[in-house]
Ligand binder design. Sequence first.
Ligand SMILES: Cc1ncc(COP(=O)(O)O)c(C=O)c1O
Length: 371
Amino acid sequence: MVDTKTQYQKIKKEVDAAVISVLESSQFIGGKVLNDFATNLATYHGAKHVIPCANGTDALQISMMALDLKPGDEVITPSFTYIATVEAAALLHLQPIFVDVDKETFCMDPESIEKAITPKTKAIIPVHLYGHAANMEKIMAIAKKHNLAVIEDNAQAIGCDYTFSDGKVQKTGTIGHIGCTSFYPSKNLGAYGDGGAIFTNDDSLANRLRMIAAHGQSKRYYHDMVGCNSRLDTVQAAILDIKLKHLDEYIAARRKAADFYDKAFAGESKITVPFRASYSNHVFHQYTLLLNDVDRDELHQFLADNGIPSMIYYPVPCHKQKMFESLGGNNFRLPVTDWLTERVISLPMHTELDEEQQQLIVSKVLEFIKK
Ligand SMILES: Cc1ncc(COP(=O)(O)O)c(C=O)c1O
């Protein structure tokens, strides 16, 4: 599905030198390299504060802790997402309220948010799934009306530009009160291990986020609140700082690959290619087809038999995971989520795809659906 090996070969010299430089400095935790990366990431996003942390899951947990949410508080999230979005809420004894997604964007449907709001609702967690932005303009308006916090799960959409109706453009992850991202190796900005970051433009939230990620300390060995230990390794920061310079080029390569697929599948009634809303420029973390009248699991197997990887993101939506049985997961009725879960399939998508590889992938998909 990804080719991080070839991608690394192209920046090997720079990366190797940066890693060796960290090793020679012996500054493995914190330091200038980490701070420089945080500053560069903030500048790239136009964000006031970036707090690096150990992974995207921690970023979400720390964000919910910083909002001082209490057990039983409700957070509205999509169920059609990776489990990490919701797991952190459950860990903090919050009640996830699953809402349905939009049929075209696969992201949280703003209409369903209003219906899910109760006096216990404290936050909304939109996910920019597969690299396409959720409808943030509508989500922020709902949040404002009901005085709710918004935590964007931007793990799959780093670099995505969101265009508001007045023409203002902002990076996803910086629109809500807090944004979270992941540097898992296959992500659009992937580390060579785990990593994550939290974004905010709010000074006091930034302060709390920073403290929570560092055992709740304001000053070394003075712990004002219960926190956790969540750090981005300096070696990873050094690698990410180099890759950040290439991020726009990586996104362009993904878009080029997506354009190729789009064109190849155009006019196929059994295939719906990824939707691109006017407010979001898709960064194609995944290239996910919606199948119509095709046995998805058989296609998955057929591709595997022909040496072509494909993935189902995700085979079981969060509300149907065993993990959420005791939190009433089965009580949620999410028809679009259930419908999508049975029909989506993701094809290889990364920066190193060439036309020959894509042609083979496309020809095998078409061979199967025309059988
Ligand atoms: C939507 C979403 N949220 C959260 C995460 C969690 O990130 P991490 O794996 O870095 O903890 C991921 C990625 O794995 C993700 O895809």
